[in-house]
Write a protein that binds this ligand. Structure first.
Ligand code: NAD
Ligand code: MG
Length: 394
């Protein structure tokens, strides 16, 4: 069997590392043909030494040049490309049947959209790309005959609990509702937390998952779950009133699907992204992921609670954005990215994140979204508004 070519967008990140770990366990099944990242040339050099891809890309051009020199000095034949065109080249490389989309944030949209148009099998971690791409993204995937396989753990759980093939029509499949589980993040069970004083390190100290800093903050505000409601809407064609959120602090049940006959199917596993990544890589088959067996008796209790909209308003902001026009989720996502960056940089408080997002949703300039340019314009508008909300406008 010829190994399947895999390209990884966001190779130097947390998801990139988990994916490379799974792939390295199956050299007969998968071959890393391309790796892309933002600017960490030293880390990408290490990955090129180990995986010998044909192509490597860094968005940052000067760091790409540094990488190219280092590879040439070591006699490694990996070709280096740079910038947005470089990322698009990785996303559409003919040798890659599968593209793992694991760039963080709106920055991942153009390349992921290019992979969709090129008909790739897209393993999607970059939820922000789907939140802002919305209908455009789904249409591009359909037009290009691309396949979307979610690796966000909740959506991968839902994907595993749905019949295959599934045609983005819950009613036709007898689905009554989709229930997304949320850990609640580091503060859900600490009601005395002062959200004006939370530090970036406290917000990033997730009880169950080790992840990049942006998604860790999103988990702490629960904006992550809001973005995931929008992601589920697009992936599974489910209206918002068929998607619910339940807080499950142990992060063992990754999500559930309820059918009209009352059956509720769930997917369980350790909170380790190698499980959904391995499932998505091998679907409809299965491969080893390196994740240990689940010892339910040792875990003992699985608990479930309602979300708390007063302390964590971001989930409701996402439902409101989904109920509004197509530019609202784009504005929400962009505002959140700016506010999270500002919080991580020390120029905004944790409590400013939901406040600024709500302000931007109110004040944004709504408009139709019928092209990538429209989406990027709505994104830029919301970013500028959010900087004003936060008092960090230049
Ligand atoms: P991370 O911060 O660890 O890694 C982000 C990656 O994106 C890095 O490789 C970085 O170089 C790259 N990147 C950032 N900006 C870029 C740009 N402009 N051009 C090219 N590359 C760029 O983040 P992560 O935790 O791995 O998350 C990646 C995505 O997966 C996010 O959308 C996140 O929401 C999603 N996700 C992550 C997890 C998790 O467990 N980490 C779980 C579910 C979903
Ligand atoms: Mg998730």
């Amino acid at each position: 069997m010829i190994p399947e070519g895999v390209a990884i967008l966001g190779a130097t990140g947390s998801i990139g590392a988990s994916a490379l770990d799974v792939i390295a366990r199956h050299p007969d099944r998968f071959e890393v043909v391309a790796l892309a990242a933002h600017g960490n040339h030293a880390r990408l050099l290490e990955l090129c030494r180990r995986h010998r891809p044909r192509l490597a890309a860094l968005y940052d051009r000067s760091h790409a040049a540094t990488l190219a020199r280092a590879l040439a000095a070591e006699g490694i034949a990996t070709r280096v490309v740079a910038g947005a065109e470089g990322l698009a080249e990785i996303a559409t490389l003919p040798e890659a049947r599968t593209v793992l989309a694991a760039i963080v944030g709106a920055a991942g949209l153009p390349a992921t959209l290019a992979a969709a148009r090129a008909g790739k099998r897209i393993l999607l971690a970059n939820k922000e790309a789907l939140v802002i791409g919305g209908a455009l993204f789904i249409e591009a995937a359909e037009a290009g005959a691309a396949t979307l396989v979610p690796i966000d753990s909740e959506h991968n759980a839902v994907y595993q609990c749905l019949p295959a093939p599934y045609t983005r029509d819950p009613a036709a499949a007898g689905v009554r509702r989709i229930v997304l589980t949320a850990s609640g993040g580091p503060f859900f069970q600490r009601p005395d937390t002062d959200f004006d004083r939370v530090t970036p390190d406290e917000a990033c100290r997730h009880p169950n998952w080790a992840m990049g800093r942006k998604i860790s903050v999103d988990s702490a505000t629960m904006m992550n779950k809001g973005l995931e409601v929008i992601e589920a809407h697009w992936l599974f064609g489910a209206p918002a009133d068929r998607i619910e959120v339940v807080v499950h602090p142990q992060s063992i049940v990754h999500s559930l699907v309820e059918y009209v006959d009352g059956s509720v199917l769930a997917q369980l596993g350790h909170p380790d992204m190698r499980t959904p990544i391995a499932q998505a890589l091998a679907a409809p088959g299965r491969v080893e992921s390196g994740v240990a067996s689940l010892d339910l008796a040792a875990i003992g209790r699985l608990t479930f609670e309602h979300p708390d909209p007063a302390r964590f308003p971001c989930v409701d902001l996402a439902y409101a954005a989904l109920a509004s026009d197509a530019s609202a989720p784009i504005a929400l996502n962009a505002a959140n990215e700016v506010a999270v960056d500002a919080f991580l940089a020390g120029s905004a408080r944790f409590s400013d994140i939901p406040r600024a997002c709500a302000g931007v949703l109110e004040r944004r300039h709504a408009g139709p979204v019928s092209s990538l340019d429209d989406a990027l314009a709505a994104d830029a508008d919301a970013r500028a508004l959010c900087r004003v909300e936060l008092g960090i406008a230049r």
